[in-house]
Each structure stands twice: as structure tokens, then as C-alpha cells.
Design a protein around this ligand. Structure first.
Ligand code: GRF
Length: 206
């Protein structure tokens, strides 16, 4: 069974979607730690309710990004997990961490990448006037939301959508896509070759 650690900065609804999928047996894994850069994150309450240890590295308490990242890297190494899941983790993953955990770290982004990377993917989609938006689960690499894509789910953009209404509908899809991707990873069903991620068929349980 795969050991998972989650990184989250705020509300943690994607974290919760993964916890729910685990408790319903849709993912063969176990979350062993929550990392957060924000001591006020609601994700902490969710971890407490599920009995998951929380590692708080409160970003504001560090004098530099470098100092924060050095401590985060050390703490991440110490948990010895198979997978790191960035579930609403609102910081850009530093180069060293991305390199160290290449192929073992995934992220969800609220846009159909490579369009609208970075902050406020949903707002960017509304402002640009696209007709289809959505979310992307991808491996983390050294770039900004640029790693190999595992899954995408789309939603239609309606004429009267604003950032909030579109975000809400995208979030529903995030809660489906993310547990699905974690489940595939935990079942060793993701084969990465360059930018391409192939989803392998389910193994025959004989
Ligand atoms: C989600 O829309 C996620 O895609 C983005 O930030 C939001 C986090 O929501 N990166 P939550 O904390 O999982 O509820």
C-alpha cells in the first residue's frame, strides 16, 4: 500500500476528497502526513479529524523562501512516502524539491493546462473568454504548472459565469479528478515517458 503525504495551504476541500476516497476504498493508500505552510489552514482541522499528523511550516515565520524551502525539503525527506499530493498548496515548488521528488509529486490546477497556468486560473479563463474550462492533474516538475499531464476534466463556461461560479463548477470536477489520479498512481497504473502519461489497464487480480 502506498504511503501519501499531502501539502495544502487553505480550505483543503481537495484534501478532503482524497480522504473520502481513501475511506471508501477507492484508493489503495494511506495519508501519513499533512504539510502546510499556513498555520491557519482549515486543512489542519480536516487532518485532525482524520487523525493524520500535521507538519506546520508557517511560511510567514521564515526570513526567506530559501530558508523555508530548505526546512520543507528536510521534512519531506523525513516522512519517506511514495507520493506527495499538492492539494491547494499555493506556493511554487522550488527547484530542489521538484528535482528530489520528480515522478513522486502531483498537483491539481484549476484550468486546462497549458492554458492559464499560475494564480487564478479560473479568472484568467473568464477574462479570456474561453468556452471550455476545467482542471488538470499533473506531475510536478521544475516549471510553473508545466509537468506531464495525468488527467483533465472539462466544464462549459456559461455566458453569465464569473470567477466564483466557474470556480465552483470546476471544483466539483477537481474533487472527481484528483482522487482518480491518486488512485491510478497508487495502483501503479501511470507510465510516464517524457511529457506523456499513459494510463495502464487495470491488472487482473488472479
Ligand atoms: C483549488 O481550486 C485548486 O485547484 C487550487 O486551489 C484551490 C484549492 O482548494 N490550486 P481546496 O483548498 O482544495 O479547497
Amino acid at each position: 500500500m502506498k504511503q501519501i503525504a499531502v501539502l495544502a495551504s487553505g480550505r483543503g476541500s481537495n484534501f478532503q476528497a482524497i480522504l473520502d476516497a481513501l475511506s471508501e476504498g477507492r484508493i489503495d493508500g494511506r495519508v501519513v502526513a499533512l504539510f502546510t505552510d499556513n498555520k491557519e489552514a482549515y486543512a489542519i482541522d480536516r487532518a485532525n479529524a482524520a487523525g493524520i499528523p500535521v507538519i506546520i511550516l508557517n511560511y510567514k515565520d521564515y526570513s526567506s523562501k530559501k530558508e523555508y524551502e530548505t526546512e520543507l525539503l528536510a521534512a519531506m525527506k523525513a516522512v519517506r512516502v511514495d507520493l506527495f499530493v499538492c492539494a491547494g498548496y499555493m506556493r511554487i515548488i522550488g527547484t530542489e524539491i521538484a528535482r528530489e521528488f520528480a515522478g513522486k509529486m502531483i498537483n491539481i490546477h484549476p484550468a486546462l493546462l497549458p492554458a492559464f497556468a499560475g494564480l487564478h486560473g479560473q479568472r484568467q479563463a473568464v477574462e479570456y473568454g474561453v468556452k471550455i474550462a476545467g482542471c488538470t492533474v499533473h506531475f510536478v516538475d521544475e516549471g510553473l504548472d508545466s509537468g506531464p499531464i495525468i488527467l483533465q476534466k472539462s466544464v462549459e463556461v456559461l455566458d453569465d459565469d464569473d470567477e466564483d461560479s466557474l470556480s465552483e463548477r470546476i471544483l466539483e470536477q477537481e474533487h472527481i479528478a484528483f482522487p482518480e489520479a491518486v488512485s491510478l498512481f497508487c495502483a501503479d497504473r501511470l507510465e510516464v515517458s517524457g511529457r506523456h502519461v499513459k494510463i495502464l489497464p487495470e491488472a487482473n487480480n488472479q
